[in-house]
Design a protein around this ligand. Structure first.
Ligand code: FRU
Length: 471
């Protein structure tokens, strides 16, 4: 599998569709797989929702609940769930006609259990020679009373709008020459945020690109600005940031891509999930008989920082229901504290709070196993890092074993870390998610100890075992 698709919350259920090739662990003719959760923690696999047809593979897209039946596709009071996705025609692509991507529509009248493709697809044909024309993300914009679609088109995002989800009109383009352009732009998502304690709306445009991500390969950048129903304009302070920074990244790890948010969420949260991989090596990762997974679901919030408006990401609160006590012994040797557990910590959550030294603050947290493999992370020279170069297997790719750096701006001397370890994944949230890093790791034996050292005082430590989400 790869990208999350069609994220929608409807009638008590979170739907997660995703790019899926059922017949192999490598990318192939794309379907939409499907899973449902009532709590964002426990998931039930569903039958494949959309299969390729003579118009092509089913690439990424989104779903909205058409509550007022603007599409007219509803019947007998059933609210239609409407999917907008990209048709990718492999035969046309092979001929290099550049017009092989268009936008299709499908709908469900039984809460996403079965899907019908719209008879008159595509609803947005390719303009004729536009090679990358894909990943429609749709939302209802109440002020202008229109559905809005963000569409990624090679090196920019196009905004289209519609009254009925079927007839679409082009409105504007954003992004040429702005932000990171090391690769093709994919999977846009335009989102409104209200700052805590204010009633002002600011918009963020999530934009995935591959390659050209913060650690090479795939990555998610975002832009902060304003949206008037037709045009997205950059916030002046954010525009200024882009004068001296290539991009602002949502996640600084190597393995969070194609991330988008749920539509239809009514509790005020912005809920996000990403594909926990990278096109650099996503098809080579040593897992069997499966390949690829999503990040944990996260909430996104916009906050004002010294550098301007920024997004922070945190794991959803529902995940706390998985916590189980975790016992460990403590040992201090030469300024290094070791937490050793008899339990399996390959499925665990950790909370640490530190007070950093005034001079040369530094911090190293090392997860290690009995084979001497170690996953290291911490702070060094004003930057945060994750070093997976000796964390376990890396023979499947030339680029995997690496030390990844992220800029870390501290407002004072405190540093909090929340970290999830899940067999082959580590997800780290620094200072309430002002910085997040998501990385895959493949230790050949379970890590059994955590070592902590550095020029910092440990104020709090807490570890939890996490119960499996599968029955
Ligand atoms: C992103 C992406 C999308 C496309 C899909 C194809 O990972 O390349 O742009 O729709 O994957 O599987």
């Amino acid at each position: 599998m790869n990208d999350p698709n069609g994220l929608v919350y409807h009638q008590g259920e979170y739907h997660l569709f995703y790019q899926f090739y059922p017949n192999d662990t490598r990318w192939g003719p794309m379907h939409w797989g499907h899973a449902i959760s009532r709590d964002l923690v426990h998931w039930e696999h569903q039958p494949v929702a959309l299969t390729p047809d003579d118009k092509g593979y089913i690439f990424s897209g989104s779903i909205v609940a058409d509550t007022h039946n603007t599409s007219g596709l509803g019947k007998d009071g059933a609210i239609p769930l409407v999917a907008l996705f990209t048709y990718h025609d492999p035969n046309a692509a092979a001929k290099n006609t550049r017009n092989h991507e268009s936008q299709g529509l499908a709908f469900s009248l039984d809460n996403g259990r079965s899907w019908q493709k719209y008879a008159d697809n595509p609803v947005i044909p390719n303009p004729g020679d536009t090679q990358d024309f894909r990943d429609p993300k749709v939302f209802w914009h109440a002020p202008s009373q229109h559905w809005i679609m963000g569409l990624s088109v090679t090196d920019h995002v196009q905004f289209w709008r519609s009254k009925n989800l079927i007839d679409w009109q082009y409105q504007s383009s954003f992004g040429k020459g702005l932000g990171a352009h090391g690769g093709v732009w994919e999977c846009p998502d335009l989102l409104p945020f209200t700052l805590p304690g204010s009633n002002q709306t600011h918009w963020a445009l999530l934009l995935n690109l591959n390659p050209g991500g913060p650690q090479g390969g795939s990555g998610i950048q975002y832009f902060v600005g304003d949206f008037d129903g037709k045009t997205f304009t950059l916030d002046p302070e954010f525009a200024n940031t882009l004068q001296h920074k290539e991009a602002v990244w949502l996640d600084h790890g190597a393995d969070n891509y194609a991330g988008v948010t749920w539509s239809g969420v009514k509790d005020g949260r912005t809920l996000f999930i990403g594909w926990m991989s990278n096109w650099l090596y996503g098809q080579e990762l040593p897992t069997h008989p499966w390949r690829s997974s999503m990040t944990m679901p996260r909430t996104l919030e916009m906050i004002r920082t010294a550098e301007g408006l920024r997004l922070k990401s945190q794991p959803v609160a529902e995940l706390e229901t998985l916590r189980q006590p975790l016992a460990f012994t403590e040992r201090t040797e030469a300024d290094r504290l070791t937490l050793q557990s008899n339990a399996d910590i390959m499925q665990s959550e950790w909370l640490f709070e530190f007070r950093l030294a005034d001079q040369a603050p530094a911090l190293a947290l090392t997860f290690s196993n009995e084979s001497g493999e170690k996953l290291q992370l911490g702070m060094d020279d004003g930057q945060f890092y994750i070093d997976r170069s000796q964390a376990g297997r890396s023979d499947f790719s030339d680029t995997f074993a690496a030390r990844h750096l992220a800029p870390l701006t501290l407002s004072d001397k405190s540093l909090s870390l929340r970290l999830f370890l899940d067999q082959s994944a580590v997800e780290v949230f620094v200072n309430d998610g002002q910085l997040s890093m998501t990385e895959r790791v493949f230790p050949t034996r379970p890590y059994t100890a955590v070592h902590i050292s550095g020029n910092a005082t440990l104020i709090r430590k807490q570890g939890y075992k996490l119960t499996s989400i599968w029955p």
